[in-house]
Write a protein that binds this ligand. Structure first.
Ligand code: AMP
Length: 283
């Protein structure tokens, strides 16, 4: 496994792969890797000749200095895990060489970044857009992999790649969960064992709505009941719970006309911000 931190060294290596007509799969991450990341990596290993994984905690996408500072960083553990999983290249840029000057450019996703996460994390997607564009220029992959746990990120990047004609395929990978239903996340490392139990309520709420929708219950009633479930879980502080049309992420209060929807939630446990969603195909 090659471990590279200089962008120039990465592009040289990538051109040598391209000369040999090898296909490249790319998995961008912020590290503190877990089985969710591994599921993206395994899919890339299966579908491409070579797999490149990046580890970079991108300061541009954090609207909160303390969240950035507390983001878990365990680079030695990560590199060991990637080696054991037969990844070909790990790109771990230093902030100063990756951003020799703070980019003044920013990607505006219009109304799509004003909804859900974008409403609560100002500038988050603008920063994600810049870092992913930069990575896509450097790695020039055939396929890039994103987790559907971050549904809005996946949809926005897919749209960005269409609008800007990036040549890669954007592939969404299903969410990997704990037995309790809690979505795996690097942020879970910051939770106590009690906090992990509390956080399982997030997915219980989502499944309650899913079951209700399958039984064709009224959406407003379901949302009220789940809000009550969330309120009664001491230690969980809900930020938002919304059912949206995945086409434009607009909030819906009735699903009879829709062929798909997503139930999206964000909240805090022990001061740690967690998100999750369930996607449902209806027809
Ligand atoms: P992160 O390191 O949190 O930026 O995540 C890197 C990639 O892994 C993103 O595309 C995430 O959506 C994806 N990911 C994170 N957690 C999970 C999970 N539990 N299941 C599947 N993919 C995930």
């Amino acid at each position: 496994m090659r471990i590279i931190s200089a962008p120039g060294e990465l592009t040289e290596l990538i051109s040598s792969f391209k000369k040999n007509n090898q296909t490249i799969g790319f998995v961008p991450t912020m590290g503190a890797l877990h089985d969710g990341h591994l599921s993206l990596i395994h899919q890339s290993l299966k579908e491409n000749d070579l797999t490149v994984v990046s580890i970079f905690v991108n300061p541009l996408q954090f609207d909160n200095a303390s969240d950035l500072e507390k983001y878990p960083r365990v680079i030695d553990e990560d590199i060991k895990m990637l080696g054991e999983n037969h990844v070909d290249v790990v790109f771990v840029p230093e902030e100063q060489t990756f951003y020799p000057q703070k980019p003044i450019i920013s990607i505006d996703f219009g109304v799509l970044s004003e909804r859900l996460e974008g409403k609560f994390r100002k500038g988050h997607f603008e920063g994600v857009g810049v870092v992913i564009s930069k990575f896509l220029h450097l790695v020039d992959p055939d396929r890039v992999y994103f987790g559907l746990k971050d549904l809005q990120q996946y949809l926005l990047i897919k749209r960005m790649c269409t609008d800007l004609q990036f040549q890669c395929k954007v592939i969404g990978v299903n969410t990997v969960r704990e037995e309790s239903g809690l979505a795996l996340s690097s942020r879970n490392r910051r939770l106590s064992s009690e906090g992990l139990k509390v956080a399982a309520v997030i997915n219980r709420g989502l499944n309650f709505i899913k079951k209700g929708i399958i039984e064709q219950s009224d959406l407003q009633r379901l949302l009220k009941e789940v809000n009550k479930i969330y309120e009664s879980e001491k230690g969980f502080e809900l930020e938002y719970l919304e059912v949206v049309n995945p086409a434009d992420l607009s909030s819906i209060d009735n699903y009879s006309h829709l062929s798909e929807l997503a139930i999206c939630v964000a909240g805090y446990v022990e001061g740690v911000r967690l998100i999750d969603n369930l996607y449902l195909r209806l027809k």
